[in-house]
Design a protein around this ligand. Structure first.
Ligand code: GLA
Ligand code: ZN
Length: 665
């Protein structure tokens, strides 16, 4: 596409006289694309059926004259007051049965038929209007679907839709009763119409019902997006459709949503949102990029890349000189083909007055403008080369929305979350400069030397077989605590000891376990004692060898971590949560056994990542610290950007390239 840098732009917040200056400044900064209008429904349709697209058309055309293309957002995350006045029933209902009202955003129920009609009328009109406008290249559906909807919506319309979804899944109420285990606490249903949305109960809830509810909510959001995508595809066959994801967010299954889209986009604010979290650890930002790449297994866009100090009421830290550029190139290194900064100019009004843009309130270009201008000057031509290229990791971590849901319903330990558990494994690879892919459990694993599948709680015979096949054919698999506990309906399995059939693969059985609650435990691994957390599976060896044993608890000296050679591969079982030190040492061992390569050595916050095209490999070395750093590469590359090899200035980004050896056919 040849488009690599952009900004999120809100011309409707500023006088018309200013637009030309903005376009000029954008052009000088190297901006090639803007996203506009994703929250401007009222400005475009101030009354039902009265469309005012002239201002937007003027902005699109003006920008196009400066060579800047437009992505239009559908504004369906912010229905205007006149819609709410006419149809107050479209406002969502929370778990406590309260309506949530107009005045912020996301005040809509996505299953509500009347709301869908408003959406249809508007999306049809805007897509007809801009279908042939040469300035428009694509669409963003809604904005961050799922955002703020965590506990929404439990209204009557959602209830009916949930019942329909269940009817389709189970066919007969008896099957639902069986799947949900409603014999417990007299929860049996006579008919689907008795089933409610999960409004608050007096105490407790049904884990199988909750898993279905979460999957239903995800399907509903996908369906809401499809409702719009179908219209746009028909009216604008030459435009792309994307959506701005939120990293690991889980309200909607991003793999499913991705099927509707031409490519996935993501929003990243590495400095974090609030003062309690001044900066997200870098490995988390890196993991987010990697998971976003996995949602469609292709390069992605960043639709909102942090462009300044962020916050609503409370603010985060001011990004230091060079830091925003380092974050932007981090996105690119992990697979972004384009980076769109949020936002162009800091808004003077509304909730986000202090979510800072490239330009401050005054609109005068300053430090950040100049920095990002330098960034586009340096990287625009490389970005043309990178387009379409992908990282090619040897390691994969399995990621699955349903497992995540199951742990939200029953976290086991107050601090156990599925995504944080993935981060713990990810981090140990990241800091050793080992690139990682995230994969779905159903994906072909055979291309990876090492696969880590944490918390494989919900298990099916097919998935068991998939893991057997991978290991049998030479794969190296890491399974962890709480594997094989439940079936697909979130019922505990009873036909054999844990971890089910995978016990054969791992050469173990587990007949007891312990939750460590607020205490920690210990294991002996090699000659050292290490700290472990949260959980202990008490393992009996059935052919496996013991790698580490517990040093605490009544199960002291019983195996905690095991190794089993199976077929041509190895299955490791980690029956606990290793703390950082053990994680590092243990993964170093797994990496050695799997012959996984590291890109180099450097401090933890010096990042290394590669992207590969048919004939080239690019290596990015990014200093995320405000100190000078040294590093060492494990392979020979030619430096094409940067000052001095093996040395980095604060926040410096260096770029290397290597030609791939052409295989002779
Ligand atoms: C999100 C949204 C934007 C904006 C920013 C800053 O990422 O998509 O509309 O609200 O956060 O809060
Ligand atoms: Zn609803």
């Amino acid at each position: 596409m040849g488009i690599h840098f952009g900004v999120d732009y809100y011309p409707e917040h500023w006088p018309r006289e200013r637009w030309e200056t903005d376009a000029q400044l954008m052009k000088e900064m190297g901006v090639q694309v803007v996203r506009m209008a994703e929250f401007s429904w009222f400005q475009m349709e101030p009354q039902e059926g009265v469309f005012r697209f002239a201002w937007l058309e003027e902005a699109v055309n003006l920008l196009n004259q400066y060579g800047i293309k437009t992505i239009l957002g559908t504004p369906t995350a912010a229905p205007p007051a006149w819609i709410i006045e006419k149809n107050p029933e479209i406002q969502p209902v929370d778990r406590e049965g309260r309506r949530r009202f107009f005045g912020g955003r996301h005040h809509c129920c996505q299953s509500n038929k009347t709301y869908r009609e408003h959406v249809k009328r508007f999306v049809t009109a805007i897509s007809e209007k801009f279908a042939d406008n040469p300035g428009v290249i694509g669409w963003q559906i809604d904005n961050e679907l799922g955002n703020s909807h965590a506990d929404l919506c439990m209204c009557g319309s959602c209830r009916l839709n949930f019942q329909k979804w269940l009817l389709k899944k189970y066919g007969k109420i008896e099957r639902l009763n069986d799947a949900w285990g409603t014999a417990f606490w007299s929860q049996g249903y006579n008919k689907f119409s008795q089933i409610r949305t999960p409004l608050i109960t007096v105490t407790g809830e049904n884990p199988s019902a909750m898993l279905d509810w979460k999957c239903f909510c995800s399907d509903l959001i996908v369906d809401f997006a499809k409702w719009q995508a179908d219209i746009i595809r028909k009216k604008c066959p030459n435009h792309f459709i994307t959506h701005n994801y939120m990293c690991f967010d889980d309200k909607v299954n991003y793999y499913d949503l991705g099927e509707l889209l031409d490519f996935v986009s993501n929003d990243v604010y590495p400095a974090g949102y609030w003062h309690e979290k001044p900066q997200e650890p870098l490995y988390q930002a890196a993991a987010a990029h990697d998971v976003v790449r996995s949602y469609k297994k292709q390069p992605f866009w960043i639709m909102e890349q942090q462009s300044g100090m962020a916050g609503w009421g409370i603010m985060g830290r001011q990004p230091k000189p060079g830091q925003l550029s380092a974050w932007a190139i981090q996105s690119v290194a992990h697979g972004a083909d384009a980076v769109v900064f949020f936002r162009w100019r800091t808004c003077a009004v509304g909730t986000e007055q202090f979510w800072h843009g490239i330009l401050g309130h005054s609109g005068k270009p300053g430090r950040i403008y100049n920095e990002l201008k330098r960034l586009t000057e340096t990287f625009s031509s490389y970005m043309d080369d990178f387009e379409g290229s992908m990282p090619k990791p040897e390691v994969a971590i399995v990621h699955n929305f349903r497992q995540n849901y199951a742990f939200q319903i029953q976290p086991h330990h107050p601090k156990l979350t599925y995504v944080k558990e993935l981060y713990k494994y990810y981090r140990a690879f990241y800091e050793k400069k080992i690139p990682v892919d995230f994969v779905q459990d159903t994906d072909d694993l055979s291309g990876y030397k090492l696969v880590v599948a944490p918390l494989q709680f919900l298990m099916t015979p097919q998935l068991e077989q998939h893991y057997f096949d991978y290991v049998e054919n030479g794969g190296h698999l890491v399974l962890t605590m709480r594997t094989g506990v439940k079936d697909a309906e979130n019922r505990c399995m009873t036909d054999r000891e844990l971890p089910g059939r995978l016990g054969e693969l791992c050469g173990i059985t587990i007949s007891e376990y312990d939750c460590l609650n607020e205490t920690t435990g210990g294991v002996l691994y090699g000659k050292k004692e290490y700290v472990i957390k949260k959980w202990c599976d008490i393992i009996e060896l059935q052919g496996a060898s013991c790698l580490a044993e517990y040093s605490t608890g009544f199960y002291k000296q019983s195996p905690a971590i095991t190794e089993n050679v199976y077929g041509d591969g190895i299955a490791w079982y980690v029956g606990t949560e290793p703390d950082e030190e053990l994680m590092e040492d243990l993964l170093a061992y797994f990496e050695r056994r799997s012959e996984v390569a590291t890109l180099g050595t450097a401090a933890d916050d010096v990042e290394m990542m590669t992207r590969e095209s048919q004939d080239k490999i690019w290596l990015f070395v990014i200093n995320h610290t405000d100190d000078e750093q040294v590093y060492h590469l494990h392979d020979r590359y030619e430096m094409i950007e940067g000052e001095q090899e093996e040395f980095l200035r604060p926040f410096e980004v260096q770029l290397f390239v290597k030609r791939k050896k052409q295989s002779v056919v």
